[in-house]
Design a protein around this ligand. Structure first.
Ligand code: IFM
Length: 449
């Protein structure tokens, strides 16, 4: 069996997010976030769970970094809880909160692991939500001010920054469908939130450049492989509606400085109010785009398919099955996504900032999990990345989602995405088979053919 070797310097990592792993939701001066408020309401989260304790990473950070070092990670992607740094979202800085991330960055560097830091992985300050949240245009400035505080403290050491993680999820699930906080169901507010998230992104990029920091800055966008279910005109049009109003909304704005006609024609008066200069700000050059990819979805035109008159169905390659969240498994879909970004958006540098699967764990008496299913999933997708590079896509790194089993938002703790098992009773971390396998991939800088 041959080996598919990656380019020298390819960045292998693992990802997490603050709310999903830190716990200590109200410790050391941290303020309340929208996720704190939402999870503390009845009937919002499976089994009434919350990230109050999560994986207790806030208190176990040093040991978690030692674990990453043992796995040979070259980079670790984490997010900052805005309300640890600025409990009210703006104004007074909380030194203990900022100090936590300062220590985390130092520990990572001591271990030879490059920090990759996301400023917004959804846990927006509740105090600012009370003023309209992302649907208030001022949110763009609140975000840029927060970014400045963090850049000034960590900008000398952090190599890679992302402004937002998956802004589509924040705007769409938060303000259009109400599945996620703040639980609003209003498409007009949702499209306004999308525009303000993008404005905040552009402003934060400007703040970063003005500070003359040495690292790179970009954004992380979710990108399933969205394909029409058939070649019919109707399905292709439905697929365009979905793509350009969901993921494509962000790609088009950032890389082309526009919202696509397929979106504006469809949403009509719900379109965000765009002022002179907005699109120039939003489309400031960035150093990379992070792609979070999990599955392929086939789109069918459907007059009963909600606002977009379309339904999406998870697609699995023959014999591949589904994950624990009923997401399809189709590794070639990742190659297709990367080719699409190359062709549509000028082949920007790309990092796969999340890829992984939730699978049921069957631990033995010692808590060890032989997760062959996860190994297969990861191997297939890593091969797909290699294929994309061979096809000329500028892919520079790959991060597994996730380092640890953690709080999977509205699904609570049931879905396990980690390559390391979290025993929530004892908080013990137990590397699964996939963690050992991934360590070998990193060491070899490649995967078997
Ligand atoms: O857990 C999430 C993460 O926070 C964002 N991207 C998708 C993951 C799996 O659902």
């Amino acid at each position: 069996m041959g080996h598919l070797i990656f380019p020298e310097g390819f960045l292998w990592g693992a990802s997490t997010a603050a709310y999903q792993i830190e716990g200590s939701w109200n410790k050391d001066g941290k303020g309340e976030s929208v996720w704190d408020r939402f999870t503390h309401r009845k009937y919002t989260i499976r089994n009434g769970e919350s990230g109050d304790d999560a994986c207790d990473h806030y208190r176990r950070m040093a040991k978690d970094v030692a674990l990453m070092e043992a796995l040979g990670l070259k980079s670790y992607r984490f997010s900052i809880a805005w309300t640890r740094v600025l409990p009210e979202g703006r104004g007074k800085i909380n030194p203990k909160g900022l100090g936590f991330y300062d220590r985390l960055v130092d520990k990572l560097l001591e271990a030879g692991i490059a920090p990759n830091t996301t400023l917004n992985h959804w846990d927006f300050p509740q105090a600012l939500e009370d003023q309209g949240g992302w649907s208030n245009r001022d949110s763009a400035d609140w975000f840029a001010d927060y970014a400045r505080v963090v850049f000034e403290r960590l900008g000398d050491r952090v190599a890679m920054w992302a402004t937002h993680n998956e802004p589509f999820i924040v705007a769409f699930l938060g303000y259009c469908t109400g599945d996620f906080p703040p639980g609003v169901c209003d498409y007009t507010r949702g499209f306004a939130a999308a525009h303000h998230l993008l404005l905040g992104h552009g402003k934060a990029v400007d703040v970063y450049r003005a500070g003359k920091h040495r690292g790179k800055i970009g954004i992380v966008l979710d990108h399933p492989n969205i394909v029409p279910a058939s070649d019919s005109k109707e399905d292709r049009a439905a697929c365009d509606r979905i793509y350009y109003s969901n993921q494509g909304l962000y790609f088009e704005a950032i890389f082309k400085g526009r919202y696509a006609k397929a979106m504006t024609d469809w949403i009509g008066p719900m379109a965000p109010s765009v002022r002179a200069g907005d699109m120039e700000l939003i489309s400031r050059p960035i150093d990379f785009v992070g792609i979070n990819h999990y599955s392929t979805q086939a789109v069918t035109a459907n007059t009963r398919g909600g606002f977009f008159k379309a339904t999406k169905e998870e697609y699995s390659a023959p014999g591949m099955g589904k994950t624990d969240l009923a997401w399809g498994i189709n590794p070639p879909g990742l190659t297709q996504v990367l080719a699409g970004i190359r062709d549509r958006y000028g082949n920007p540098p790309v990092y796969i900032t999340e890829n992984g699967c939730a699978l049921e764990d069957n631990p033995d008496a010692k808590g060890y999990v032989e997760d062959w299913g996860r190994v297969d999933y990861l191997r297939g997708h890593i091969r797909a990345v290699h294929r994309a590079i061979a096809d000329g896509c500028d892919v520079r790194g790959y991060y597994v989602w996730s380092l640890l089993d953690n709080f999977e938002w509205a699904h609570g703790y049931a879905p396990r995405f980690g390559i390391v098992r979290t025993d929530y009773k004892t908080m013990r971390r137990i590397p699964k088979l996939s963690a050992h396998w991934y360590r070998d991939v990193i060491a070899a800088n490649g995967v078997d053919e």
